[in-house]
Design a protein around this ligand. Structure first.
Ligand SMILES: [Fe+2]
Length: 276
C-alpha cells in the first residue's frame, strides 16, 4: 500500500510533536509502571506500536448495568461529583493500524461508591473519535463494588460495523488477581497528574482497512534466539516486575508481577511487558 498515506500510530505521534502540542498519554506512554519508575527525568519509552496483524481488542461481558441512549458527552463529571478525577485518552485503530474516525464509544461506570445510576445517566456517555481516531473521556476513578475489580465499561463501534463490548482495567489493583472477568490485555496505562489520574488505552477493532496486509504474526514460531538473562515466556509462570523473558525472538521486561495466562503473550499485553 501507499506508505505515505498510512497514518500509523507513529506518524500520529510525529504530527503531534511537529504541531507543538502535547502528545496524548496513549502515545508517549509506557505502561504506568514503566513511567513511574523513570524517576531520573529520562524520557519514557514509547509504548509498543500498533502493528499490522495485532489481535483486535478482546470482548468482555456487558454486565447488568448497560443502558442505551446515553447522552453524547465527553465529560461525565458534573458540579459536586465526588471522586478522583480521571482522564482516559486513546485511539481507535483498525486491523491495519490506521485510525478509525467517527467510531462510537459508549462508556458507563460506577460512581465513587461503586454504584451505577440505573435511573438516570450519571457516569454514562457516548462520543465519537475525531478525524485522527482519538477520544478523550473526563470522568472519575470508579469505585469498587462486591465481586469485581475496578473497571470501566465501554462499547466501541466503527461506522457500520459490529459493536465491541468490553471493559477497561487499572494496574496494580489487588482485586485484579481475584476477579475472574479481569484480563490483563485490557489494562489501561495510568499515571498520576497531581491529584488526578491520566489513563490511556488504544482499541484495535476487527475492521478491514484498505491495503491491510494482515500478515500472520511473527510471534507464533517461538523464539529464534535467547539473549543472555532471558528465559522463554511460558504460560503458568509467575513473573516479578523486572523479570526478563524472550518471546518470538524479542526480549521483554516485566512491568508488574503476574502469572502468565494464555493470551497474555508479551506483545499482546503492553501493560505487563515492555520490549527491551
Ligand atoms: Fe461493572
Amino acid at each position: 500500500m501507499d506508505e505515505e498515506n498510512k497514518l500509523s500510530r507513529k506518524t500520529v505521534l510525529k504530527a503531534a510533536l511537529a504541531a507543538g502540542v502535547a502528545a496524548p498519554v496513549a502515545l508517549i506512554g509506557g505502561p504506568a509502571l514503566a513511567r513511574t519508575t523513570v524517576a531520573n527525568g529520562a524520557v519514557p519509552a514509547l509504548t509498543p506500536e500498533c502493528h499490522d496483524g495485532d489481535e483486535p481488542t478482546i470482548e468482555q461481558t456487558e454486565g447488568p448495568y448497560f443502558k442505551p441512549n446515553s447522552p453524547e458527552r465527553t465529560n461525565l463529571v458534573t458540579p459536586g461529583t465526588q471522586g478522583t478525577r480521571l482522564t482516559v485518552t486513546g485511539y481507535v485503530f483498525g486491523l491495519a493500524c490506521q485510525p478509525v474516525s467517527r467510531a462510537l464509544l459508549d462508556f458507563w461506570q460506577a460512581d465513587v461508591n461503586g454504584a451505577y445510576d440505573n435511573v438516570g445517566y450519571t457516569f454514562r456517555g457516548h462520543q465519537y473519535t475525531n478525524a485522527q481516531g482519538a477520544f478523550t473521556l473526563s470522568t472519575i476513578v470508579p469505585g469498587l463494588y462486591p465481586g469485581r475489580t475496578r473497571h470501566i465499561h465501554v462499547k466501541v463501534q466503527a461506522p457500520g460495523r459490529p459493536i465491541l463490548t468490553t471493559q477497561l482495567y487499572f494496574p496494580n489493583e489487588p482485586r485484579n488477581n481475584t476477579d475472574t472477568i479481569f484480563d490483563a490485555r485490557l489494562l489501561m496505562t495510568v499515571r498520576d497528574n497531581g491529584s488526578a489520574k491520566e489513563a490511556a488505552f488504544d482499541f484495535v477493532l476487527n475492521v478491514p482497512q484498505t491495503g491491510t496486509p494482515t500478515p500472520p504474526t511473527s510471534t507464533t514460531g517461538g523464539p529464534t534466539s535467547t539473549p543472555p538473562g532471558g528465559t522463554t515466556w511460558a504460560v503458568g509462570t509467575s513473573y516479578a516486575a523486572g523479570a526478563r523473558v524472550t518471546y518470538g525472538g524479542q526480549g521483554y521486561v516485566c512491568l508488574q508481577g503476574h502469572t502468565a495466562q494464555p493470551g497474555w503473550e508479551p506483545p499482546n499485553v503492553p501493560a505487563l511487558w515492555r520490549a527491551g
